[in-house]
Design a protein around this ligand. Structure first.
Ligand code: NI
Length: 168
């Protein structure tokens, strides 16, 4: 296993729609293992392949709930969104140090393939629903800061740049 380098805000790959993956393969299995390891190492609850510099439609998620074991999905798509929405703080391993409150549907249905290539249909709510939406956004080149008001985004990005300069 190997830790993957996490791409940071500004990387072009984070803004590009990712390519569908053809199905299971040894390379993909290795990628998924490495993505889990990288996510846990960074104390994240989700990671999308573009964050590892790979423009593939692959996500891993572990919201740490006993009833919801760690999950890897190939080519995941949100096929239904509930009408109810709520607001919650989000973070992103590609924009470390800042949090923003994002409004999203509280329930979603996600369909895709598991790492063995079997079709999966998942009804999710709460933190899992939010996390899946955040990670699937990554596959479409969307980041959580895109949902914030322009003023809020400007303030957060200023803070982010200050932190990034400090840590450089
Ligand atoms: Ni993220």
């Amino acid at each position: 296993m190997a830790l993957l380098n996490i791409e940071m805000l500004g990387a072009e790959v984070l803004r590009r729609p990712a390519e569908p993956v053809p199905g299971p393969s040894p390379e993909l299995e290795r990628l998924i293992r490495d993505m889990f390891e990288t996510m846990y190492d960074a104390h994240g609850i989700g990671l999308a392949a573009p964050q590892a510099g790979l423009s593939h439609r692959v996500i891993v998620v572990d919201v740490g709930e006993e009833s919801r074991p760690p999950l890897a999905l190939l080519n995941p798509v949100i096929t239904q969104s509930g009408a109810e929405r709520d607001r919650h703080e989000e973070e992103c391993l590609s924009i470390p140090g800042i949090t923003g409150t994002v409004e999203r549907p509280t329930t979603v249905v996600v369909e895709g393939l598991d790492p063995q290539g079997q079709p999966v249909r998942l009804e999710a709510e709460g933190m899992l629903a939010r996390c899946l939406q955040h990670e699937i956004d990554h596959l479409n080149g969307v980041l959580f800061i895109d949902y914030l008001s322009p003023m809020k985004r400007t303030i957060l990005l200023k803070k982010y740049r200050r932190l990034a300069e400090r840590d450089a």
